[in-house]
Design a binder for this molecule. Structure first.
Ligand SMILES: Cc1cc2nc3c(=O)[nH]c(=O)nc-3n(C[C@H](O)[C@H](O)[C@H](O)COP(=O)(O)O)c2cc1C
Length: 250
């Protein structure tokens, strides 16, 4: 069974879509080909790879309650390609979104189901994940926890076996908490991988990070402030002088 796994996030680094594809890959058997869709230059390569695939798994962010705009021209090209060659592929989608409710991805799945039916492809379903940004926060936290524990060991605990045990216990506790918060995603993702392995229908399922919404909003705000500081400053967008575009109202 060959699965073409397409990361449709336009982000070059740290996309939740890339993370969830890697996670799904851990539970999949058979031949996995991972690729990305960011521009029109990717179309030909992806369509060629698709020829010999049994499953196509798209991972994409939800943009304005739908499929990201740069994915639409690819879907058009894929429709023409598959209809011309009478290709019957199994289509699966993992969509993640910024709001906490995974069900926000429902219109995206309707679009992908309509696309599959129109293209003569086999719609096998999708997994909608709410609070996608937290997947990034959580993977960064694992790295931070690991670094802190290592530092603790180096500074004070190399000789002291009691401190060593304490550091390892702390790290295990923190990682376990993150696994519990992500357990909904993990469980639905393993089920999706099982369906992919058998080429079976998955249906549509929705899950989220298992955090109360008010804590999620706080964590997401802190994450975005840190990310915007690293990527050019908090007020970059607000204070930048905007040049009017010729011929278009600003
Ligand atoms: C242009 C744009 C539109 C978005 N629209 C929505 C939306 O309608 N609903 C939502 O919940 N999140 C929305 N988001 C948030 C993304 O879905 C969210 O950040 C996602 O985790 C990004 O996934 P990625 O890291 O795989 O690219 C939007 C983000 C952008 C940049």
């Amino acid at each position: 069974m060959k699965t073409l796994m397409i990361n449709c996030s336009p982000k070059k680094r740290l996309s939740a879509s890339a993370f969830i594809l890697d996670l799904t890959g851990l539970f999949m058997r058979g031949n996995q080909v991972k690729d990305r869709l960011r521009t029109g230059a990717d179309h030909r390569r992806l369509l060629a790879e698709m020829e010999t695939a049994d499953n196509v798994l798209f991972a994409m962010p939800l943009y304005v309650d739908g499929v990201p705009a740069h994915v639409l021209p690819f879907l058009q090209a894929m429709e023409a390609h598959c209809r011309a060659r009478d290709l019957k592929k199994n289509i699966y989608v993992i969509a993640n979104n910024g709001f906490i409710e995974g069900r926000q991805n429902e219109p995206l799945f309707q679009i992908m189901e309509n696309f599959s039916r129109r293209s003569g492809l086999n719609w096998c379903g999708g997994l909608g994940i709410g609070g996608g940004v937290m997947m990034n926060v959580m993977r960064m936290m694992v790295m931070v926890f690991f670094a802190i524990s290592l530092l603790n060991l180096i500074i004070g605990g190399v000789q002291d076996s009691l401190l060593q045990t304490e550091a390892i216990r702390n790290l295990t506790r923190q990682v376990l908490v993150l696994i519990v918060l992500g357990s909904g995603i993990l469980a639905f993702d393993i089920r999706l991988a099982t369906c992919l392995n058998r080429g079976k229908a998955y249906g549509t399922h929705y899950t989220r990070i298992l955090l109360p919404s008010f804590i999620f909003i706080l964590c997401a705000d802190i994450f975005f402030v840190i990310i915007s500081l690293f990527q050019g400053g908090l007020f970059r967008g607000w204070l930048a002088k905007k040049k009017p575009t010729a011929g278009k109202p600003v």
